[in-house]
Design a protein around this ligand. Structure first.
Ligand code: SF4
Length: 443
């Protein structure tokens, strides 16, 4: 039984570190001596019915590096270098599609992330996806998701993105204020947002999502209210709001270090949570439904996010490209994080694995549990049927602790986070980790 740690008081300045939990066990437990586990996972098909298969393609190029960005991105690559990278990712797919674990399966969902997938030209996108489809057909895919930076979109490119089969277009708007976009190092400005959104609507994508960040440098109450108003004006199918965190390898952290400051010059966690709470309340008042700790959707019957829900339900994910993350038959792994190293591995016909972790059944159960907690509701019978575990008993102590803080309720054999619980969900999840996986909370 994991130890229970009481949750800290709600008001804290934003210190450096990762708040958002995207996987379990934590990345710091993945090691570079477990590459053989990845080879082994791919060497035989699943026993019995395989889970859903997803394909992730990483485009590590951006026009400019945002000050809050912690991803490995390149802003200086020319067209030949980009073409060479895309060729390498196709060679990687060619290698992986032949492996016994993948052969004969078709992806249920496809995700282009980055970096900036929309940095690619229309012809690069068409060529890349034609070659990908020839290796692993997309005809069984229920969702093709694609991240865009608004300033990179023109009508021809948006038509190409639609034509290659994208169903979920996600626009990284982040803020509706040019001064805030500029001071945070974003490449786009608001006039590009309106133009990109209008053109995306004209292309009739099944779903348009917009991303916002609560707590960018110089964010204020007044400007945040304006962000909410502008969001309602656009009326996207889905709105995703992240609370700004300041990981160590960001420009903001480098400035903090240089000035000897322990606290980032952005809003504290209490304020960021309040801003998301206000946005969720306004969105709900305008007909949206809150579908996770980060997302509001206009029509929950129609607007799904298959990538998220499949991953959080234990799907296999084949990640292509530099630094991409994958999950294959219970083995987590990440690709090499430098483009030259990645390229050298692919050229030599080797899997470009950097670090990996073979998970136990218990770790996979905890992983699904904590990821599903981010939806704000977790049903006990799902875990009973899939893992033979009664989660209400298994996690009785941490659940009771969080319940006593008014952050969740248990009804009809299901856990329901309250709104306040949902808004700080990442901070609650540490309490469900195995004792040897406990890491520092930063809030
Ligand atoms: S657009 Fe996204 S990936 Fe690119 S630098 Fe900005 S935050 Fe990073």
């Amino acid at each position: 039984m994991p130890e229970t740690t009481s949750n800290p008081p709600p008001s804290h300045g934003t210190r450096a570190g990762n708040y958002f939990i995207s996987n379990y066990p934590p990345f710091s437990f993945w090691t570079d001596d477990q590459a053989a586990a990845v080879e082994e996972a791919y060497s035989a098909p699943h026993e019995g019915t395989p889970p859903a298969l997803g394909l992730y393609h990483h485009i590590p190029f951006c026009r400019k590096r945002c000050h809050f960005c912690y991803f490995r991105v390149y802003t200086d690559k020319n067209a030949d270098e980009i073409k060479h990278y895309l060729d390498s990712t196709v060679r990687e797919l060619e290698m992986m599609a032949r492996k016994p674990l993948i052969a004969g399966r078709k992806p249920h969902f496809i995700y282009f992330g980055g970096g900036t997938p929309s940095y690619l030209s229309a012809s690069q996108l068409v060529d890349l996806t034609d070659r990908m489809k020839a290796l692993l057909p997309w005809d069984a895919a229920e969702e093709v998701a694609f991240e865009c930076e608004p300033g990179t979109l023109n009508p021809g490119k948006l038509t190409a993105i639609k034509d290659i089969g994208v169903t979920r277009l996600s626009l990284g708007i982040e803020n509706f204020n040019d001064r805030i976009l500029e001071i945070n190092g974003r490449a786009h400005r608001t006039k590009e947002v309106w133009r990109a959104y209008e053109r995306a609507r004209a292309e009739n994508f099944d779903q348009v999502n917009i991303d916002l960040i609560a707590g960018m440098l110089e964010e204020t109450d007044e400007n945040w209210q304006n962000n909410i108003a502008k969001t309602l004006e656009l009326a996207p199918d889905s709105v995703t709001i992240y609370q700004m965190e300041v990981p160590y390898n960001t420009g903001i952290y480098k400035d903090m270090k240089a000035s000897g400051s322990l606290v980032a010059p952005i809003a504290d966690w209490e304020t960021k949570r309040r801003w998301v709470k206000e946005a969720f309340a306004e969105l709900e008042a305008n007909g949206y439904t809150i579908s996770s700790g980060y997302t509001a959707v206009k029509n929950p019957e129609r607007t799904k996010f298959i990538y998220r829900d499949s991953l959080w339900g234990g799907a296999d994910l084949l990640g292509l490209g530099v630094a991409s993350f994958s999950h294959a038959k219970g083995v987590h792994y990440q690709n090499l994080t430098e483009i030259d190293d990645y390229d050298a591995a692919i050229s030599a016909g080797r899997m470009p694995t950097k670090r990996a972790l073979r998970t136990t059944e218990e770790e996979r159960m905890i992983r699904e549990f904590i990821l599903q907690m981010k939806l704000g509701r977790v049903k006990a019978d799902y875990f009973q049927q899939k893992f033979g575990i009664n989660i209400l008993e298994r996690f009785a102590a941490p659940l009771a602790q969080i319940q006593s803080e008014g952050l969740l309720q248990i009804e009809s054999a299901a856990i329901h986070l309250t709104r306040d619980g949902l808004l700080c969900v990442d901070n609650l999840l540490h309490d469900f980790f195995l004792p040897h996986h406990h890491t520092d909370k930063i809030v």
